[in-house]
Design a protein around this ligand. Structure first.
Ligand SMILES: Nc1ncnc2c1ncn2[C@@H]1O[C@H](COP(=O)(O)OP(=O)(O)OP(=O)(O)O)[C@@H](O)[C@H]1O
Ligand SMILES: [Mg+2]
Length: 282
């Protein structure tokens, strides 16, 4: 992501995701919350990006808007160069089924379907041919080749999340979004899931965007975007857990500094605007 890239509107052919000036508020008078405030970003294909920030900073809202699960109030989202704005709910559902993979913190598997059935479900919903060999190959990749006929209740949390990842990967989506995918897992299972996501990027060229609170999880990504009060306030390439943890500690200070700078700029703009005006006669 660069400054010049984020100000252009048209997406580049190499981009998996572009957000242009996306804003989103919830609630009305008295309960109004600005969840996203003028967010622009561009992510190349085949990259692994972590999104971090305090609770309530807008991470899930960003993911939902980018994945077409929620509609921004203003601004534009492009997935694989395709604009989401202006699509009906039915069109968006179709778009999501074809191009988006989503992994949730709580796995969200269907309890009465087997591992294989859960994995092939998105293909069925999208009306695509169910290629059982492909589904088996993806389940093999996530280490569950021997568990095809098991029900989710017969699996550990880490295994269930790996089924959820297989389900998200089976359609070869343009972007795989994951909202705190390791939030409900122990350290060991979390590492398996993160390695899997990283491998899907490095070996298979998948684009992954993951929200996480954990600096260790973020260190598996190629870059981290920091969000505070609905705004993008920083970016770190090749993150290490320690560098991310430090950055998070100072995020509050950084946000306060940016706000001061903004107020100062508004003050300057106001004085420039009034400087040229004829003085009123007293
Ligand atoms: N459906 C909703 N209705 C009203 N307010 C909402 C809704 N969804 C989110 N918000 C508000 O928008 C802001 C951003 O919420 P969001 O869920 O995106 O934060 P988050 O960064 O994902 O937080 P967490 O780390 O706790 O999951 C919060 O102040 C939240 O209360
Ligand atoms: Mg969230």
């Amino acid at each position: 992501m660069t400054g010049s890239q984020t100000t252009r509107n048209a997406p580049e052919a190499t981009e998996a995701l572009r957000l242009v000036r996306v804003s989103k508020t919830y609630g009305g008078d008295g309960t109004r919350v600005t969840a996203l405030d003028d967010v622009s970003l561009a992510l190349p294909r085949g990259t692994f990006t972590a999104i971090m920030g305090p609770s309530g900073s807008g991470k899930s809202t960003l993911l939902h808007c980018a994945a077409g699960l929620d509609k921004p109030d203003s601004g534009t989202v492009f997935v694989d160069g395709q604009e989401l704005r202006g699509r009906s709910e039915t069109e968006l559902t179709k778009f999501r089924r074809e191009r988006i993979g989503f992994v949730f913190q709580q796995f969200n598997l269907l309890p009465t379907l087997t591992v294989l059935q859960n994995t092939t479900l998105p293909l069925k919903l999208a009306g695509r041919r169910v290629d059982l060999n492909r589904a088996r190959a993806v389940l093999e990749r996530v280490g569950l080749g021997q568990r095809l006929d098991h029900l989710p209740s017969q699996l550990s949390g880490g295994q269930q999340q790996r089924v959820a990842i297989a389900r998200a990967l089976v359609t070869a989506p343009s972007v795989l979004f994951a909202d705190e995918p390791t939030g409900a897992l122990d350290t060991h299972s979390a590492r398996d899931v993160l390695t899997l996501l990283q491998e899907s990027v490095r070996v298979f060229g998948q684009t992954v965007v993951m929200v996480t609170h954990d600096p260790v999880a973020a260190s598996y990504a190629d870059a981290v975007l920091f969000l505070a009060d609905g705004r993008l306030v920083g970016r770190m390439s090749n993150p290490t857990a320690q560098a991310v943890a430090e950055r998070l500690t100072y995020l509050g200070d950084e946000v306060a500094r940016q706000r001061r700078q903004q107020r100062h700029q508004v003050g300057l703009d106001a004085s420039v605007a009034t400087a040229g005006r004829p003085r009123k006669e007293i």
